[in-house]
Design a protein around this ligand. Structure first.
Ligand SMILES: Nc1ncnc2c1ncn2[C@@H]1O[C@H](COP(=O)(O)OP(=O)(O)OP(=O)(O)O)[C@@H](O)[C@H]1O
Ligand SMILES: [Mg+2]
Length: 324
């Protein structure tokens, strides 16, 4: 199956400044690609080039087999785009706005009203359908943006921070909606919420300073964490944490051990394994043999925030301004 989105050696320069620097990747139908990166990394700029809102300085984008520059209309017919901040006409109601969008998309008559109706249902806009958009809460404004993006049931969806600023319930609903649509679409979602990568994405890309630094599954990302397979013992009494730490250091494949006090004042002993190794079996045996008194023993899959920092460290927007 050919990819629905093909980005090749994409570059965007604004004057002397390079916002997107030789980025390449592909997205297939059924994939939800999480777009991660610090502020100013070039996520929105890349999305704008994929959707044809900005012309690349170099490189190319194909959507559903159509080159976005050479065949912009065919490409745009295949794309639904939720731009950053979900812009819409504030003095229209959601119904008026969606009718306008449906006309631009070439629908008329009954078919137009069916498309508008379905989009209102899908985005849960029924209760505010006839209120002016500028009077709606942020969450409903975002849903208006979603409704216009999915109105024509496009095979490709590009969403720039769809859950930004939503309350926890609305975030959950938005993720459900995206997951439902993912079955037969190729979707790109940018986000600053790292848990969203696990909740929503089949793949993640990290960019910083315009460069692609990581492309893999959420599990690949977690495996890069020092906490991948790390075992934490929460000690309740009995043996001292130093005794426990010394014993853990002797366990096969334990690379290092750290002792720390948790926010609740309880003591934690964390055993970090050699890369990729699993140490929980041996540690559990040791705990039983030594009869240590523990409140808890847990294994981690990895900490995304730590990996994100490691991959993008020194590449923040402010850092870039100092460097240039
Ligand atoms: N039209 C423009 N003219 C000049 N510079 C621009 C323009 N658009 C974006 N930039 C710059 O390009 C860089 C990338 O911006 P972009 O909006 O793509 O970042 P982002 O990854 O989406 O960040 P955020 O997470 O804050 O949304 C930034 O330094 C930004 O200031
Ligand atoms: Mg952005």
């Amino acid at each position: 199956m050919d990819p629905m989105i093909e980005v090749r050696n994409l570059v965007k320069r604004f004057g002397a400044f390079t916002a997107v620097n030789d980025v390449s990747f592909a997205v297939r139908s059924g994939e939800v690609l999480g777009f991660l990166g610090p502020n100013g990394a070039g996520k929105s700029t890349t999305m704008k080039m994929i959707t044809g809102f900005l012309t690349p300085s170099a490189g190319s984008v194909k959507v559903s087999g159509h080159d976005v520059e050479a065949s912009p209309i065919a490409a745009k017919q295949a794309i639904g785009y939720l731009a950053e901040g979900a812009p819409a006409y504030p003095d229209m109601t959601p119904v008026e706005f969606l009718i306008f969008v449906a006309r631009v998309r070439g629908y008329s008559g009954n078919e137009l009203m069916q498309k508008v109706d379905a989009a209102i249902d899908r985005a849960n806009l029924r209760s505010v359908a006839h209120k002016n958009i500028d009077t709606l809460s942020k969450g409903f404004k975002r849903r208006v943006g979603i409704a216009q993006a999915i109105l024509h049931d496009p095979p490709v969806l590009i969403m720039d921070e769809p859950t930004d600023g939503l309350d926890p319930n609305q975030k959950h609903e938005m993720r459900l909606l995206i997951s439902e649509m993912a079955k037969n679409k190729a979707i790109i979602v940018s986000t600053h919420i790292l848990e969203e990568v696990n909740a929503l994405c089949t793949r993640a890309i990290i960019i910083a300073q315009g460069k692609l630094l990581f492309d893999g599954t959420p599990a690949d990302l977690e495996q890069r964490s020092a906490y991948h397979n790390a075992v934490t013992l929460t000690v309740s009494g009995g043996a001292s944490t130093d005794t426990i730490a010394d014993a853990l250091r002797k366990v096969t494949n334990v690379a290092r051990v750290e002792v720390s006090a948790g926010a609740d004042g309880r003591m934690h002993v964390v055993a970090f394994p050699e890369s990729g190794a699993s140490v929980i079996g041996d540690i559990s045996q040791l705990v039983r043999a030594q009869k240590w008194e523990l409140d808890e023993i847990s294994v981690e899959t990895g900490r995304l925030d730590e990996v994100f920092r490691a991959i993008t460290s020194g590449t923040s927007e402010s850092g870039r301004e100092v460097l240039t």
